[in-house]
Every structure is written in C-alpha cells, then in structure tokens.
Design a protein. Structure first.
Length: 277
C-alpha cells in the first residue's frame, strides 16, 4: 500500500495546470514527502470522484474551474472566507474524517500585492473589474485590508450591485456599470474579468488612473495581457499579472495541509521562466 500522502488538483480542462510543479517545488523546499497530481474530472462527477479520492486515503485537493461551487457543496465544514467567497479551492481531510473547505484565492492575491510587489491596499481607492466567481473570491480579503473605498464594475451592472451588497458590512463598497468610471480616479485596479483570455478589454477611460496607480490582472501568461498593456500605455505606476497569486494561493493550501509555509519567491521565478520557454 502506498503510504506517501496523496494530493491532487481537480479541474476540467486541467492539462495546463502548474499546480503539480508548484507543489513539488514546495515539498522539496520544505522537506515534505508527498505525491501531487493533476486529475481531469468529467462534468457532473465531482462529488463522486472527490469522495472516492478521500475514501482511498487522499489528504487534500485543490479545485479549479469549473468545480469550485461543487467543492463548496461537498465540504463538511467551511472556513469563514470560503463562505464569503461562495466557493472552495482547497479541500483537506481532517483527523476525524470530515472534509474541510477553504478558499485561498483572495488571500493569495493580497499576499502577492503586499509581500512580493510591495503594493499597499490600505487607505487606497480600489476598482475591481468583473462580478463573477473569481471576483467574489477576492473581495473579502481585499476589504480586510481596509481600502478607502472599493468599486466593483461589470457589463451587467446588477451583478456588480448584488456583489457589493453581499460585502456591504465589510467596508465602503459599491457596484454598478462601466458608466460609473466617467469620473473619479483609482489607486489600484484589479482585472477579474475573463476578457484577458479572449484578448478583449473592458471599456476603460485612461482618466481613472491616479498618479501612482497599480494595475493587477488576475490572469497570467507568457506575455502581458491586453489589460496590462493598456495600463502600461496609460502610464500606470506598476503593472502585474496574476502568476504570484497562483503561487501564493497554492502556498496557503500547502500550509493548511502540511502546517509549514514555503518560500514563494523562488517558485514564482521558476514558473515565470517555464512560461517563457
């Protein structure tokens, strides 16, 4: 019988996942012995496959698109941030056999901004583009940093308004359509739309960038995204993609599972180099 602790990432599609590479690097760096693989799960079969994984002694799962809501429903117990996010990206098997669900996406992004990039969120005017599941996952951790205010904009204004209402007790947060961008400036802009994937860009006036505005795209790739290129062309003070967020959310998951926090900087550098090869 295999006594090495088993971990995996579940998604569909999954073949381009960097998670096995990231967690192998964490394990080597921290002297942990574990096995981590990527597993493509057929749509509609998440609960069945996850139950089998844990029944066979699996210790933990990362969850990516499109199963974060399935994982939320699957967990026996949820962290506060998973409840706020309405989605789970990390499952862990407890000593009592109960499955604990957490969401490390938002805290991963905030840690990337604060620790790796040296960006401040506290007291800043924050704009978030998009109102889907990815954005819901980051709003709680962003608001915990106490920005001056946070505005969520979306092509369908009602979705942004509803999302803002969900987090209203955490700070000065509002939502609406892109027409709200006709006046006012922001110190931090986060792109949480899927526009970067298609090469499309939300309708953004250059006037929204403050003198020291930072622009962050939750997507990442070998080349700068259209949003990053737009921000740079409008003289943003600093621009970043979401690769650091990917590694930081993985580090948070690793810490939940193994009780040790890896050093992310060399792993971010390793993944960055692998993208350009």
């Amino acid at each position: 019988m295999d006594t090495v602790d088993q971990y995996a990432v579940f998604g569909n599609p999954i073949k381009h996942s960097k998670s096995p590479q990231i967690h192998a690097a964490f394990a080597e760096q921290t002297g942990q012995t574990l096995h981590y693989r990527a597993h493509k799960v057929e749509l509609g079969r998440f609960a069945e496959v996850a139950a089998e994984f844990f029944r066979n002694g699996g210790r933990g799962l990362n969850i990516t698109v499109p199963f974060k809501l399935d994982a939320f429903e699957f967990a026996d117990e949820l962290s506060g941030r998973a409840r706020l996010a309405g989605a789970v990206n990390t499952l862990a098997s407890g000593e009592d056999g109960r499955i604990y669900g957490d969401n490390t996406d938002g805290v991963g992004m905030v840690r990337d901004m604060n620790d790796n990039l040296g960006w401040q969120i506290s007291g800043r005017r924050v704009l978030v583009l998009g109102a889907g599941g990815a954005v819901r996952g980051i709003l709680g951790p962003l608001l915990k940093q106490r920005p001056e205010r946070l505005l969520v904009v979306n092509r369908t204004a009602s979705k942004a308004e509803s999302l803002a209402e969900l987090f209203a007790d955490m700070g000065d947060v509002s939502g609406g359509g892109y027409e709200l961008l006709s006046e006012g400036q922001f110190d931090l802009i986060v792109n949480g739309t899927s526009a970067s994937m298609s090469g499309d860009l939300p309708p953004l006036p250059g006037s929204i960038l403050s003198n020291d505005c930072c622009a962050y795209d939750m997507m990442y790739g070998a080349d700068p995204t259209p949003f990053m290129r737009w921000a740079a062309s409008e003289a943003a003070w600093a621009v970043s993609d979401g690769l650091g967020m990917l590694v930081e959310q993985a580090a948070e998951s690793f810490c939940i599972w193994r009780g040790v926090r890896p050093d992310t900087k060399p792993v971010i550098e390793m993944i960055r180099q692998s993208l350009s090869n």
